[in-house]
Design a binder for this molecule. Structure first.
Ligand SMILES: Nc1ncnc2c1ncn2[C@@H]1O[C@H](COP(=O)(O)OP(=O)(O)OP(=O)(O)O)[C@@H](O)[C@H]1O
Length: 336
């Protein structure tokens, strides 16, 4: 069955100061209802601009945005229902009352019909987002992560149809982050909310997004399921942005035992195995601590590659090792 679309953009362009290298260019995009769409791209590629256009916070210079197949009105003129149906969650907390308490802020997210159940609804929301103990604290005095959880609680208390998330978890510490990601997933699957997520964390996008859109210089350059794009990236840009990896020329790849006909090789850190024995022609240059695993930088004939190593402590700097490459990706010289 075909996915029902909730938001569509047809050839939208937004340039700042007439500068064609900024903003977004000619983007046509279909957002399926009840799914998480992830948007990924290097800094300045236009991700936030695209979210602003989808939220009606910016008006495109040309092209149209449709919500439920109707032209999306801009926020200034928008009917209240559209405002309530599309929630935009940023880190600047622009919709929060900085001097009001957590309780008052979350209450401000309630729709009129929910006001009868005010206490019950707010208590539930505070519990869901683990902020019940902060209910009488002033918003401005909270930590970055606490502010973010209050902002999410307010945005979701009246169950919007679409939730736009711009780097929603990057101020939240690791202890809460996974829980919040799971909560957003649950809201999407159980309540049918549609989420659009911008993040710089590939692991977050790959684990959360049903479909991924890759943006470069304001244009969509690749899209597909998270798994597809990770396993079979068509572009060098996508491979480098989605995984911890090493990019090699054909000559450098030869040192790793790879004959490349296309000229550019990318090896994901997880696809290289390091061991002691056999040729031992590689040397461990660096051991990077990454928490539950390590990344090793190993070198041979001036070629350095990045290797994911789960056996923490097994290798130290200057150790001689052998490598075997399980999988690699090849790209043409001019593949962007
Ligand atoms: N209000 C604005 N006025 C002028 N230029 C802007 C404005 N907003 C964005 N831009 C420019 O448009 C381009 C895209 O910016 P945008 O914030 O959408 O990128 P991004 O992909 O979200 O970046 P980041 O990952 O760093 O947040 C950048 O070159 C930026 O400088």
């Amino acid at each position: 069955m075909k996915d029902e679309l909730i938001l569509e953009t047809i050839a939208i362009t937004k340039n700042f100061f007439g500068n064609k290298s900024s903003g977004v260019n000619n983007i046509t995009l279909f957002i399926p209802r009840g799914k998480i769409t992830g948007i990924v791209g290097e800094s300045g590629s236009g991700k936030t601009t695209l979210l602003n256009l989808l939220a009606g916070k910016m008006v495109p210079d040309s092209g149209d945005v449709f919500f439920h197949q109707e032209l999306l009105p801009d926020r200034e003129n928008a009917r209240q229902e559209v405002h309530r149906s599309i929630k935009f969650l940023t880190q600047d907390h622009y919709e929060m009352d900085l001097n009001a308490t957590v309780w008052e802020n979350v209450k401000a997210g309630l729709s009129e019909s929910d006001l009868h159940y005010e206490t019950k609804k707010i208590t539930e929301a505070l519990n869901t987002w683990s902020i019940q103990h902060l209910h009488d604290q002033v918003f401005n005095k909270l930590s970055g992560g606490e502010k973010q959880r209050v902002t999410i609680a307010k945005a979701l208390i009246s169950l919007p149809e679409v939730l736009l998330l711009d780097e929603p978890f990057n101020q939240v510490d690791a202890r809460y982050r996974e829980g919040l990601q799971q909560d957003i997933r649950n809201i999407v699957t159980k309540q049918g909310v549609t989420a659009i997520l911008v993040s710089h964390d590939p692991a977050e996008l790959l684990s959360m997004a049903d479909q991924l859109i890759v943006i470069k210089e304001g244009e969509i350059v690749e899209s597909g399921s998270a798994e597809e794009l990770y396993s079979e990236p068509k572009l060098l840009y996508t491979a480098l942005i989605l995984a911890s990896s090493t990019q090699l020329t054909a000559a450098q790849a030869k040192v790793c035992g790879i004959t490349s006909r296309r000229g550019n090789v990318v090896i994901y850190a997880e696809d290289i195995k390091v061991s002691k024995g056999l040729t031992n022609s590689w040397v461990v240059n660096k051991v990077l601590f990454k928490g539950i695993y390590e990344e090793l930088i190993v070198e041979c004939q001036k070629v350095q590659i990045r290797v994911l190593n789960m056996a923490k402590g097994k290798y130290k700097v200057s150790d001689k090792v052998s490598i075997s490459v399980r999988r690699y990706h090849e790209f043409g010289k001019f593949t962007r």
